[in-house]
Design a protein around this ligand. Sequence first.
Ligand code: TRP
Length: 362
Amino acid sequence: MGKIILTGDRPTGRLHIGHYVGSLRRRVELQNSGEYEKIFIMIADAQALTDNVDNPEKIRQNIIEVALDYLSCGLDPEKTNILIQSEISELTELTFYYMNMVTVSRLQRNPTVKSEIQMRNFEASIPVGFFCYPISQTADITAFKATTVPVGEDQLPMLEQAQEIVHKFNATYKEDVLVRPEALLPDNEVCSRLPGTDGKAKMSKSLGNCIYLSDPADVVKKKVMGMFTDPNHLRVEDPGSLEGNTVFTYLDAFCKPEHFEKFGDEHANLDEMKEHYQRGGLGDVKVKKFLINVLEDELAPIRERRAELQKDIPYVVDVLRKGTEVAREEAAKTLSEVKNAMRINYFEDEALLKSWQDKFEG
Ligand code: TRP
């Protein structure tokens, strides 16, 4: 059987360059590798609602933003199905049955759930739907028989939970209906957690430290010029430190060997530039200007494609509709197998009807 990918994002905001180096760029490579039989990328609106139930408009508006970000990064609807989660009611149904295979204490021990509960200050007022989202995520993965789930490290406990549910289901019903999924982690450490422009651990909308894929060039420039570097690197001739120096972290994530010649930089490669910075004599402004060129090399084509796509929103909506339709068929097939395995197929089972009759015969 061929390999199948499922992954996705909650549509709670536009996607930023942290998403790009952490997942989007990789998804496009995987898509173009030809190694995968089917690829499903989910806009997880139902999951986003688990902690935004009072603000559905935010989710509605961001569905189109995320779809535009996907397509402008190079996800190709000919090869990848982009789908909207809530349009596939089979996922909710699967979630309901899987709920019986997970204990409350197991969910409470899930480190991702734990830290997200903390982050949101839910304490005693955790919505049940939010608490159960690892189960819903298992439904997302298994509905499409995904073998491969490209995710960040923070999602590993989710994958473990999914593997447990798959194991429990198949063992309980003595059938190999569900496929055990494996995580596919980012292949490069810098890329798995890009810091915000302020040097804080994570790029996040609430911290206001993001560079968005849809930011215009002048905004990117301004954000880079204001970026956190080495606070002790006051004069150009001072030695600089690379430790926690966000500008160099971004260069690690984005810089390619050909950029030095392309942008007329005096250094032969990134190592040489780093050495120069550490030795002293290389100013922050110079490095930042180089970084702007490096970023623009990757962001400008994405921005141009986005501008084109924005002129034809009905096309984008059509992509979503078609991707969702294909996905729904897959999910319906799996749900029917699941219900058969669980023996909840009363009207389709002739033998059951017969056994009901026999039971009351003389
Ligand atoms: N939890 C993911 C996020 O926060 C989105 C998501 C929903 C997902 N269902 C998934 C990711 C299934 C991987 C597999 O962005």
